[in-house]
Write a protein that binds this ligand. Sequence first.
Ligand code: ADP
Ligand code: MG
Length: 697
Amino acid sequence: MSKIPALFGSMVFSDAVMKERLPAETYRDMKDAIRENRSLDRSVADIVANAMKDWAVEKGATHYTHWFQPLTGITAEKHDSFISPAPNGGVIMEFSGKELIRGEPDASSFPSGGLRTTFEARGYTAWDPTSPAFIKDGTLCIPTAFCGYGGQALDKKTPLLRSMEAINTQTMRLLRLFGMDCESVTTTVGAEQEYFIIDKEVYEQRKDLIYCGRTLLGALPPKGQELDDHYFGVIKPRVSAFMRELDERLWELGVLAKTEHNEAAPAQHELAPIFSTTNIACDHNQLTMELLKKVADRHGLVCLLHEKPFAGVNGSGKHNNWSLTTSDGINLLNPGKTPADNSLFLLVLCAVIAAVDENQDLLRISVATAGNDHRLGAAEAPPAIVSMFIGDELSGILDAYEQGVDYRSHRAPYMESGVGVLPHFRKDTTDRNRTSPFAFTGNKFEFRMLGSSISIGDPNIVLNTIVAESVRRFADELEGAADFDAAVTEIIRRTVAEHKRIVFNGDGYSAAWEAEAEARGLLNLRSTVDALPHFVDEKNIELFSRHGVFSAEEMHARCDIMLENYSKIVNIEALTLIEMVEKDVYPAVLEYENTLCDAILAKKSTGLPVSVKTESDLLCRISALGDALYEKLGTLKAAEAAAAEKRGDALALALHYRKSVVAAMEALRAVSDELETAIPSEIWPYPSYGDLLFSVK
Ligand code: ADP
Ligand code: MG
């Protein structure tokens, strides 16, 4: 354990390494450029590049790559070696400022939603000096933004950085009004990551897991998660060895992996990092997802990041803990001891409340994927309805503002365990609410609707921009106010009156809430396809354009890409299911039918008065189910074929997949799962849910 401080960040070209390795003047220039938000001079970049290269080569690196996050939602890299021909015929290791600052990876096959066509394929990667370079698998990775020739964002990082600028600009206006003279405000994020770990041998026997990352078939095992014996349970030795190595690999890369524990479902786990600035948190979450998969593989395991790998078992999400911090380290969402008197905190809180209420659609869209559709609203994850939990104390304070009365605080009660030796401590003033999609948790908000496999880029682009917009309006009003304190009180009062419908402190999983939410006029965009088209609503285009986060063109492109992505995923799943049923399930059904026929004939041929009732009943049941399977398969194939007619219209196609194909897949699966319970395991072609969920020791 003593080596951990030395291990931590050892593969990162961190601030400390830069300070040590760069000439003092270059280091200062670089820090100034970052602080002043301007790009670096070429001569300075040359020096930084050379120092980076020397450091990387000492650590054994031979290649470098511009590491970027295209709209596929994962990361991309194209490796170049450092070698350059030397005049004497040998080679030298070289890396110039030009190579550091800018790359032209071509990369024309990434989704661009028509922002660039492949024949005019210029796409550029541009160094993001706010996220440190690192070495991974012998390659120096330089975090970059990816843009088209005209500067259009083709990735998740560019708009994220723009949104961070937007919220910085607006919040600084507010802070100046409060007489605070910090340099900047940044958003901070800690992304808790859920995942499943299963045995690789079992995984390799399932086409659905290999092609789709989730099971498309599978009857429930006799034991699921009902005993809650996995949640926070003792970690199994193989998983524990995997986690230990994972931590070390993450620490080397400077990822602050902090806690790991078993989650609710069997084979499900969670990793929580210590929070950092949003941009770095986003890069680190991508690295975490990549390493989860790689390290699992080295241990004969497979990490499933899909939102719903197993039907009937809890799926996986990501919790995006989000807050705002000044460059002096003040957390603007920290209520302090007396929140009722902390008007800056209350204003920021109100900015978030207004933002969430006005932009329920955008928050829902930012987590909309085919995989997440299986989770949201399924009594294991928040509903598809966006609401906020702020707890009783803050609700009480805001109510008092709305009614114009003084708030009387209730001191937090002492914890009474009934055991004298246990420590005596004050309880938190409110308990947690685990069912809320957007919960205030003491000094940050926790957005809990994210699916486990997505980039946290999109939700944070939305969060930063929508809060920037409400802060902008508050700042406009306060800058022009004659009586500042009265104006602050009025903004808080009005925000509560206008937006309190979004606050819900009760059980978000209950059916009653769905009805109440409807009565309150809250949106309920049940599926991805219901949600996505709203991305390009007039209100949203105006919002993102105003803050310079997306142009209308970029938004239309993104909307098309998201819709196409949905259709592609469902299409792959449907084709995989068809293949599994035709090639594996059907033959198993026929084989069992033959076995039963043979048994009946064999018994009858003895001429003895033996009953063939069991065999006959079984045969009739299997045969009827086989017919049903055949019919449902036909429906799915017809639905798949009909998709061809909708090509060319992204929305019509996605709607078709959602309405016809997904439904046909579910119907087919139901019959197959029933057959699985009736057919002997030696004949059934796939490992069962029991094998998948309980085989890692
Ligand atoms: P919990 O509230 O779930 O008990 P923690 O307080 O440890 O647990 O926080 C959970 C996650 O929230 C962690 O990833 C943590 O780093 C992150 N977090 C804590 N404070 C902040 C903050 N100010 N901004 C963003 N994320 C934060
Ligand atoms: Mg959490």
